[in-house]
Each structure stands twice: as C-alpha cells, then as structure tokens.
Design a protein around this ligand. Sequence first.
Ligand SMILES: NC(=O)c1ccc[n+]([C@@H]2O[C@H](COP(=O)([O-])OP(=O)(O)OC[C@H]3O[C@@H](n4cnc5c(N)ncnc54)[C@H](OP(=O)(O)O)[C@@H]3O)[C@@H](O)[C@H]2O)c1
Length: 391
Amino acid sequence: MIPNPPANEEHEVFMRRAIELARHGWGRTHPNPLVGAVIVENGQLVSGGWHAQDGGPHAERVALAALGRPPKPGATLYVTLEPCSTHGRTGACCDLIKEAGIKRVVIGATDPNPAHAGRAVDVLRDAGVEVVVGVCERACRDLNLIFNHWITTGTPLIAGKVAVTLDGKSACRTGESKWITGDESRADVHHWRRYFPAIAVGAMTVLRDNPRLTARSPDGEEWCPVRFVFDGLLRTVIDRHLPSVYTDEFHERTIVVTTPHGGLGYVRKLREMGVQVWVMESGSQRVPFQSFRQKCAEERIAGVYVEGGAQLLSELVRARQLDYLFSYRAPILFADDKAKGMLSGLRPDTPGHAIRLEDTRHNTFGDDALLRGHVVYPEKLLLDETVFSLR
Ligand SMILES: NC(=O)c1ccc[n+]([C@@H]2O[C@H](COP(=O)([O-])OP(=O)(O)OC[C@H]3O[C@@H](n4cnc5c(N)ncnc54)[C@H](OP(=O)(O)O)[C@@H]3O)[C@@H](O)[C@H]2O)c1
C-alpha cells in the first residue's frame, strides 16, 4: 500500500537535499544541466546522486544505482529537473523510473525546453505514477541559468558582472577599481567563474588590471575557464610586456576576439605563442556580438561571464546582447562625476524606457549586496549616439 503523500514541508526538505547534490556538478556539466535526485523510503532518505558531467549518467540513474537494490514499494524519487522522456546517450529516465517500480516522483522544475516541458509528467502519470511538480521550483530553475538559456535559444547565456559603489561607480576617475567590494563578494565572483565555461573582458581591463581570470576556491584549487579578451585592434599585444593571460600556464585557454583591423602580424604572434585568436568579420574595429554568440554556439560554449569593463558591458547592452546581470554593490560612495559609471550609452526619456532585471535574486556578502537577474530590454532602446564613437 502506498502511504499518504508527505506534507509539503517534507517535500521541500528532500528537494533541498537534491539541490545540494546537484551543486556537486557546478560548472562541470555544460552544456547539460545540473541535476540532483534522492530516493526516500518510509520518510528516510536512502540514496542520492547527481549528474556529474556532460555525457555521464543522469542523476536519477546514479541515485538508483547507488541504492544497490530495487526501491521498496512506496519509495519516492525527488529530482530537481523533470526526468528525460526521450532516449539520448543514456536512455530515457522515465523508462528507468517505471522499470524500477517507483510509484511517486516529485519534480522541482519542468523541462525548460517548451517542446519537452511536461512531457515526462504525462508519460509517468499515464503509467500510473503519482507526480508532484514545482517543489522548490524557483531554486531548481536557478541551478540552470546557463542550460535554460542554451536549450531554448541554442546560444550561450551572456552574463555581465559589475562591482559598484552605492552611487553606481565601477572605477575612480584614475581608473583604479581594486577593490570596491569586499572579500566575501570577491569569493562569490570566483564561485560564478567556476560555474561559467568562459569569462570575457575588454582590452582596457586587461591592460589596466592584468587579471588572471581563473576561479580560485577557498581550498586553494585553481581552475581556468576559457578566457576571452575583446580587443578589436589588438592593442593588448603591442607592448613588449604581455599581459599574463597570454603567458601564464593557462595561456592556451585564452581566446582573443578581434577584427581584421587588428593586424595579421599580431594575430600570428599570438598564435605562435599558443594563444587562440578569433578574427571576426566587421566593418569597424568592434566585433559584432551576434557573430561572437554564433561562434560560441558552434564551439558549444554555453555561457560567458563578462567581467567588464564598463565599455564592453555598455556595448553589449546597446546591442541588446547582455542576457543576465550580476551587480555587487558596496557601501561606499565616490561622489565624483568623473569617476567611471557602471554602464552608459543609453538615454531613456522616462523610467519606462529603462532596462529592467527580472526574476531577481538578492544576497548579501559581508557588507555588500548582490542583485542579479535576467535583463529585459524596453521595446524601444534609446541610444545616446554621442557615446563610443569609434576612432
Ligand atoms: N568594478 C568592476 O566591476 C570592474 C570590472 C572590470 C574592470 N573594471 C575597471 O574598468 C576599467 C576598464 O574598463 P573600460 O570601460 O575602460 O574598458 P574595457 O571595457 O575593459 O575595454 C574596452 C575595450 O575593449 C575593446 N572592445 C570592446 N568591445 C569590443 C568589441 N565589440 N569588439 C572588439 N573589441 C572590443 C575595445 O578596444 P579598442 O578600443 O581597442 O577597440 C575597447 O576600448 C579599468 O579601470 C578596470 O579596473 C572595473
């Protein structure tokens, strides 16, 4: 006999455990999603698993295998993402669930792909399985910012990160920006660097800050994502002392994104050093972001974390190409008109013409506040054409 469904709070307790397990795959599953699953028998968690890497077994399969025996009658499977109902590289999880005799499945988020959303729910219900949908749905959806975008658009999620003062400044008038936010915020940035398969910065940030652009975890582990440098004229290559992203032990993970106007000699120099270069067709010294997005899609790079500076981020916004924004705000004020603002290049006439963030999350890190969300553009984006005239 199947016991009564547990109360909603119990569902949430077990789903939160599945979310924790899903996070073990943080940054390792692209372009696949992060997924966690647990099996509960008589109110006890008896097994769990997560999707560890692209091409690897799905979380449901791992949790069932870890149990080492058939689930007891009345067992419940909790899974953060709707199980797959079609055969991919690993077989449909819906079939696996039915074969295992599981009679209740609790799902966090439905499949973000509109063509598949709810399909597994129907398949399982048709097979007599009780299905509960939407437990901790917001948190489960938030696990897969990148996958959700990739699977619905076929292109990478382009996310920006800024660290600003209370009055919205991202650098002093001298260009100095180290450090606006505190240690806790910067540790969170490293956490997100580990999540995204690629980081991007503008040429001026490389020249001024000489950043390492790796993800350093508190236990000292260092991981290097793909590192994009946007440099339409290859000005970062001119100096004899090259930035460390071209010379360090991870330099083969660096990709310079440039135009034919940058000079073939510099392109050759970079390639001879082992640095990759994407030369993108352009009528100006700026790489068209659409072409960049397309090239990332071809290379199966599902997400790009753009760390600035202000000019690169502003140009992305002006081109409607920024999909998501992380904004860390520190409790300090520069109160200087000439200090660098976070973004520029628009001239909304009314707040109604503003860009908005939606589906926002708020966190605090020490004294700083993080606000992040999906970028929503107004129907008409009013540009300030006096800004960013090309040399
Ligand atoms: N507070 C923060 O979160 C934060 C984060 C990062 C940086 N910063 C600070 O910001 C400052 C640098 O920012 P910035 O606004 O001056 O410069 P930036 O955005 O780092 O770099 C701008 C340069 O990137 C290149 N670029 C931009 N879009 C491009 C495109 N579509 N195609 C090809 N190249 C492109 C251009 O080079 P060309 O002009 O040669 O074409 C442009 O001049 C530094 O002071 C840094 O410390 C602050």
